[in-house]
Design a protein around this ligand. Structure first.
Ligand code: CP
Length: 302
C-alpha cells in the first residue's frame, strides 16, 4: 500500500513503469477494449474544490477497468457542513472504498489524509501544493508528443507561485536533465523551495518573447485567482500573458504547448488548431495514466 501525496512518492523507475503501462492501456481508455482488472474495487473521489478533468478522468479510469466509484464533488452535501473534520471524513470514506482521490483547497491536506488512512490516498491537488497525477499525465504527454523526456528545454509560464502543477512537474522533470525557463510576473515567481532543490539549469524571465525560440515545451498556466489573498494583486497580473497564433510565429516549429486546463485567456483559441497545441490530448491522457496508477495501487498484480 502506498500513498501518492507528492511526486517524490514515485521514483523514476515507477514513473516510467506507469507511463509504459498507460500506453498499453490506451485502447481500454478509449473504450475499444474491455478490462476487468479492477473488478470489485471501489474508488472514492472526495472533491472539496472544483474540478472537471481530475475527478471525471479518475472516475472514467476506474469504470474502464471494471471497478466502481463513490464520492462527492460538492462538500456542502456531506457532513463537512455539520463540522466533521477532514480526518474523520477520510476515516469514514476509507472504510467504504479501496482508494481515495482527495482534492482540497488546503496545502498539506493530502498528507494529513494519508496519516489517518489505511488505504491509498491520492492527492488530486492540495491548494498551491502539488498535483502529482497531473504530473504523470504531463510527462506521458511530453514523451508522446516529443518522443523523449530527457534533455528538453521547458518553459513554464504564468502563475508559478500558486500553480501546483508546475511545482510537481519541475520536481519530476529535474530527474530528466531538463533546462527550465520560468516565465512569470515577479510576484508569481516559482517558490524558492522548488528552485532550491533543482539540480539542472534554470533561469527566470518576465517576457516570453525573449526565450520562446529556444523552447521544446511551453507549459502555460492559469493565474490562480482563487488563491490571491488580495484581489487587487490579482487584477494587476490577470492578463499578464496571452499566447496567440501571431506570437507563435517566433516559436520553434516543433514547440508543443501544454496547459493543465482550465484556461481562461492565457491561450487564445486561435492556437487550438495549430500544430503546437497539445493541451486537449494532454487532458485525455489523464484517463490511461490514472488507470495505470490505479492498477499499480489497488490491482491484484501490483
Ligand atoms: N488539470 C486539472 O486539475 O483540471 P481540473 O481542475 O478540472 O481537475
Amino acid at each position: 500500500m502506498k500513498h501518492i501525496v507528492s511526486i517524490e512518492d514515485l521514483d523514476k523507475k515507477s514513473i516510467m513503469d506507469i507511463l509504459k503501462r498507460a500506453k498499453e492501456l490506451l485502447p481500454v481508455a478509449k473504450g475499444k477494449k474491455k478490462s476487468k482488472a479492477l473488478d470489485g474495487k471501489i474508488l472514492a473521489t472526495c472533491f472539496f474544490e472544483a474540478s472537471t478533468r481530475t475527478r471525471l478522468s479518475f472516475e472514467s479510469a476506474i469504470h474502464r477497468l471494471g471497478g466502481n466509484c463513490i464520492g462527492f464533488a460538492d462538500p456542502s452535501s456531506t457532513s463537512h457542513l455539520k463540522g466533521e473534520t477532514l480526518a474523520d471524513t477520510i476515516r469514514m470514506v476509507a472504510a467504504y472504498s479501496d482508494a481515495v482521490v482527495l482534492r482540497h483547497p488546503k496545502e498539506g491536506s493530502a498528507k494529513l489524509a494519508a496519516e489517518v488512512s489505511d488505504i491509498p490516498i491520492i492527492n488530486g491537488g492540495d491548494g498551491a501544493g502539488q498535483h502529482p497525477t497531473q504530473t504523470l499525465l504531463d510527462l506521458f504527454t511530453i514523451n508522446d508528443e516529443i518522443g523523449k523526456l530527457e534533455g528538453l528545454k521547458v518553459g513554464m509560464l504564468g502563475d508559478l507561485r500558486y500553480g501546483r502543477t508546475v511545482h510537481s512537474l519541475s520536481k519530476a522533470l529535474d530527474r530528466f536533465k531538463t533546462e527550465f525557463f520560468f516565465i512569470s510576473p515577479e510576484i508569481l515567481a516559482m517558490p524558492e523551495y522548488v528552485t532550491d532543490e533543482l539540480e539542472n539549469k534554470w533561469s527566470t524571465h518576465e517576457g516570453l518573447e525573449d526565450v520562446l525560440g529556444e523552447l521544446d515545451i511551453l507549459y502555460v498556466t492559469r493565474i490562480q485567482k482563487e488563491r490571491f489573498p488580495d484581489i487587487e494583486d490579482y487584477k494587476k497580473v490577470a492578463n499578464a500573458y496571452i499566447v496567440n497564433a501571431e506570437l507563435l510565429r517566433n516559436a520553434n516549429s516543433k514547440l508543443k504547448i501544454l496547459h493543465p486546463l482550465p484556461r481562461v485567456s492565457e491561450i487564445a483559441t486561435d492556437v487550438d488548431d495549430t500544430a503546437h497545441a497539445s493541451y486537449f490530448r494532454q487532458a485525455f491522457n489523464g484517463v490511461p495514466v490514472r488507470m495505470a496508477l490505479l492498477e499499480k495501487l489497488i490491482g491484484e498484480t501490483k
